[in-house]
Design a protein around this ligand. Structure first.
Ligand SMILES: [Zn+2]
Length: 209
């Protein structure tokens, strides 16, 4: 079994950081409560250099924040796309981006929900258990407008579902009970500063603004 899949295809080897990150700039990550995170994003209709540059910025911003996935509205851009660099439960690394993602409804007979911990770069410092299907299939396009299907299991399935939710204007807090949501916000109050300090240190370690 190959250990890295890029854009859904196995590759022989891959750098520690996706090459996109080297071309990108760090952007501010939006936080739950900001409008752009709570409404459905617009479909991407222009596939060109601006979209590619946005993807570069999103990769770098995700790495700086030690994230496994990042949607465009998490850097304040109201468009349907996300990037990811995420392991699954078999130790396989998945790296890529997908534009205008649509999550396929899980097959009812094989649907299995896994309860596992989940965090979000826009809810800095909180980690909560969220039930998610153990398998996810997302259909969309790549940055050049070519159709793309990404499939994942385990933690990567969770990532695909979480990021597609962002494009729909949902954050994972919306999937929690009122009591759990309160607990998540308490964790944010406790750890937010710590998370931001780590991001600043990561930017510094990178040696550029
Ligand atoms: Zn998130």
């Amino acid at each position: 079994m190959p250990s890295v899949f890029v854009q859904g295809r196995p590759v022989e080897s891959y750098p520690q950081l996706a090459p996109e990150a080297r071309r990108g700039s760090v952007r501010r990550i939006t936080e739950a409560g900001e409008d752009v995170l709570h409404k459905r994003c617009r479909d991407v209709t222009e596939f060109g250099p601006d979209l590619a540059a946005l993807i570069d910025d999103m990769f770098l911003t995700m790495y700086i924040a030690d994230g496994a996935g990042l949607a465009a509205n998490q850097v304040g851009v109201d468009l349907r796309l996300f990037v990811y660099d995420c392991p699954d439960d078999d130790g396989v690394r998945h790296v890529g981006h997908i534009v205008n993602p649509v999550l396929e409804a899980p097959d009812a007979t094989h649907r299995r929900l896994l309860d596992d911990s989940e965090g979000c770069l826009s809810v800095p410092g909180a980690v909560m258990d969220v039930p998610r299907p153990d398998r996810a299939v997302v259909r969309g396009f790549d940055k050049d407008g070519e159709p793309l299907v990404i499939e994942g299991t385990g933690y990567f399935a969770r990532c695909l579902a979480h990021e597609t939710d962002h494009c729909e204007g949902q954050v994972y807090l919306d999937r929690l009970s009122r009591r759990e949501r309160k607990e998540a916000l308490r964790q944010v109050a406790d750890r937010r500063e710590e998370v931001f300090a780590r991001r600043s240190a990561n930017i510094e370690a990178l040696g550029r603004p």
